[in-house]
Ligand binder design. Structure first.
Ligand SMILES: [Zn+2]
Length: 261
């Protein structure tokens, strides 16, 4: 049996027995995996401590033939993300990001860039004064990496450029902005402020140009100033889009949503 060693972010933790837990982890080298930590609660010698949610660990594991479930044989904390557990808004933002990763990525596929994005985002959240910009940048980056980046510069149907001012239609089904003439092509399109559409376009562009290495917390999130109305509309547009992509609403969103009131 071969051993794999990589870094891993713990996205979910489920009790398996009195002494064991199953972790769902996003790894740098092997994509997203289930990892059983046998006897971790007995103080199993190979584990420093029981891995906590949202922490980054250096892990060693053996993989079953299906490639999506493994047995954890060693783990050591790289980043304990204690800042996330110190504030409730950070905790809910991290929970929401973990839920998106669990719902929108498949197990057993290489996700090196998604890992880098997520590691940077969790580290950013762990010390953020305001979490909302960090979550927006993470969401736009994730959409880009998964091939769902919304098209906001021009109408997705006819290609006419988006006018600078005024409210616009955003369609999850079509994947972006719809002009007045094309809005009828998606009866479920929602109306958002022009400022929110512009913000989405700008964040999409910066997601395109940034290739963060693991560990570089996104400093630009702290510099980003978003007015409350634009933030609310961008939140609505992204909720609309992610609900469409995952084919169901988020479970943690209602907690995180409080941050946008
Ligand atoms: Zn159009």
């Amino acid at each position: 049996m071969s051993y794999h060693r990589t870094r891993a972010i713990i996205l979910r933790k489920t009790d398996y027995s009195n002494t064991s837990v199953v972790l769902n982890a996003l790894t740098q080298e092997s994509g997203r995996l289930g990892l059983i930590a046998k006897g971790v609660r007995r103080g199993g010698a190979a584990y420093e401590t029981e891995p906590e949610l949202f922490t980054i660990h250096d892990v060693v594991f053996t993989l079953r033939r299906n490639g999506v479930m493994g047995t954890l044989t060693e783990s050591a904390v790289i980043d304990d993300m204690h800042g996330i557990r110190r504030k409730v808004d950070r905790f809910w933002a991290a929970s929401y990001m973990a839920e998106l990763l669990l719902d929108l990525t498949a197990e057993g596929q290489p996700l090196t860039e998604v890992y880098a994005l997520a590691a940077g985002a969790f580290r950013g959240i762990a010390r953020a004064q305001k979490v909302a910009p960090h979550v927006f940048i993470f969401e736009m980056g994730l959409l880009r990496l998964l091939g769902h980046e919304p098209s906001m510069a021009a109408c997705v149907e006819c290609g006419s450029p988006r006018k600078r001012a005024g409210a616009v239609a955003f369609s999850a089904l079509k994947g972006g902005y719809l002009c007045k003439d094309c809005r009828r092509t998606d009866p479920n399109a929602i109306t958002i402020r022009g400022s929110a559409a512009a913000l989405m376009q700008a964040l999409g562009k910066s997601a395109q140009s940034s290739r963060r290495a693991d560990g570089a917390a996104p400093a630009r999130a702290d510099r980003l100033n978003i007015d409350r109305d634009s933030a609310r509309d961008l939140r609505r547009a992204l909720n609309h889009f992610f609900t469409f992509l995952r084919e169901r609403p988020s479970k943690t969103l209602k907690y995180m949503q409080a941050l946008y009131r």
